[in-house]
Design a protein around this ligand. Structure first.
Ligand SMILES: O=C(CO)COP(=O)(O)O
Length: 251
């Protein structure tokens, strides 16, 4: 991988101000691993306070609306994330796709909105268990990439793709490294098809039950440029163990 490993914590709908102590501890730990880029996407309510509480971490949003402003009760725009101090937005997480009816076109619109607002973006894709059992995982995920990733001038340096098999999220059932390697190879080929040579530079994260015990093996898998971590990102101890597993030997 040309870039530093990228370890991103997705706090999902967890965390109140009391949890900022964990973010501070994660921040101090991240400072000891300059060879790893570390980020947290807390709930919207914590973004601006977390930005003020940390120095090393990049703070981001877990979603954004595709419009800049308007009558969209309960939604948050990418411009608002930027205004709160966020550096990136996650879009297309499978929980949003499944529970909020987001399809690939909507995800792509959100990704464009994030880029237009000056944010980096992490676009999530992943197959369900039924799709994998039917032998369709690579086809489904490949189609998600083609339809969800925004293509445009100057986009590539701010794009990250995250492969999160739905059946591995929050289940403790991590994907086998060989399956991760096979899928990431497919994703790399799709990225090169979409972006040309620049597609080789788009970082691909793995997500789904990453923890301190399995991180080193996953992160050593070809084309895995980092991890998107849910449950294990909520406490400094467990998240920093993953950061340490990502740290290059010289770090
Ligand atoms: O959905 C995830 C990160 O976005 C993964 O969640 P878990 O690490 O809890 O499986």
């Amino acid at each position: 991988m040309p870039q530093r490993p990228y370890i991103v914590g997705n706090w999902k709908m967890n965390g109140t101000r009391a949890q900022l102590a964990e973010a501070r501890a994660i921040d101090r730990g991240a400072a000891r691993h300059s060879g790893v880029r570390v980020a947290i996407a807390p709930p919207f309510t914590l973004i601006s306070t977390m930005v003020e509480a940390v120095q090393e971490l990049t703070v981001g949003g877990q979603d954004c609306h595709s419009q800049v402003s308007g009558a969209f009760t309960g939604d948050i725009s990418a411009m608002m994330l930027k205004d709160a101090g966020a550096g990136f937005a996650i879009v297309g997480h499978s929980e949003r796709r499944a529970m909020h009816g987001e399809n690939d076109a909507m995800v792509q619109d959100k990704a464009r909105a994030a880029l237009d607002a000056g944010l980096e973006v992490i676009v999530c894709v992943g197959e369900t268990e039924a799709q994998r059992d039917a032998g369709k995982a690579e086809q489904v995920v490949g189609e998600q990439v083609e339809a969800s990733m925004p293509v445009g001038e100057g986009f590539v340096p701010r794009l990250t793709l995250a492969y999160e098999p739905v059946w591995a999220i929050g289940t403790g059932r991590v994907a086998a490294p060989a399956d991760v390697a096979a899928m990431h190879a497919v994703l790399r080929a799709k990225l090169v098809a979409l972006y040309g040579d620049e597609g080789s530079n788009v970082r691909i994260l793995y997500g789904g039950s990453v923890n301190a015990g399995n991180a080193a093996e996953l992160l050593a898998t070809p084309e895995v440029g980092g991890a998107l971590v849910g449950g294990a990102s909520l406490t400094a101890d467990s998240f920093l163990a993953i950061v340490a597993a990502a740290a290059p030997a010289a770090d």
